[in-house]
Design a protein. Structure first.
Length: 118
């Protein structure tokens, strides 16, 4: 099983990024996918989540209006589009896969660093 995030980097405030998380080794279409972030000194935060059918999407209050989660089942990939980036968005962003048949079964990626700075 692998979840491989990409797309992070250094971006100026106001810029945009699209993070990708490519999944392999499990039935992607049966899992809910989510993005978390973790920055030093803060708790890990759920940013956005999407269910397997793509009809239930959740955003953290801090993400509403600027973040968009989507996924492509044909490519086994989940995306996080982040617009109008702010310095407080600086964090390591992780994707998580959660089985909708077994809530005890989940997988995590290794994370991708997003740094927002001028």
């Amino acid at each position: 099983v692998q979840l491989v995030e990409s797309g992070g980097g250094l971006v100026q405030p106001g810029g945009s990024l699209r993070l990708s998380c490519a999944a392999s080794g499990f039935t992607f279409s049966s899992f809910a996918m989510s993005w978390y972030r973790h920055s030093p000194g803060k708790e890990r935060e759920l940013v956005a989540a999407i269910n397997s059918a793509d009809n239930i999407i959740h955003y953290a209050p801090s993400a509403k209006g600027r973040f968009t989660i989507s996924k492509d089942n044909a490519k086994n990939t989940v995306y996080l589009q982040i617009n109008s980036l702010k310095p407080e968005d600086t964090a390591v962003y992780y994707c998580k896969a959660l089985s909708e048949q077994n809530a005890l079964l989940s997988y995590w990626g290794q994370g991708t660093q997003v740094t927002v700075s001028s």
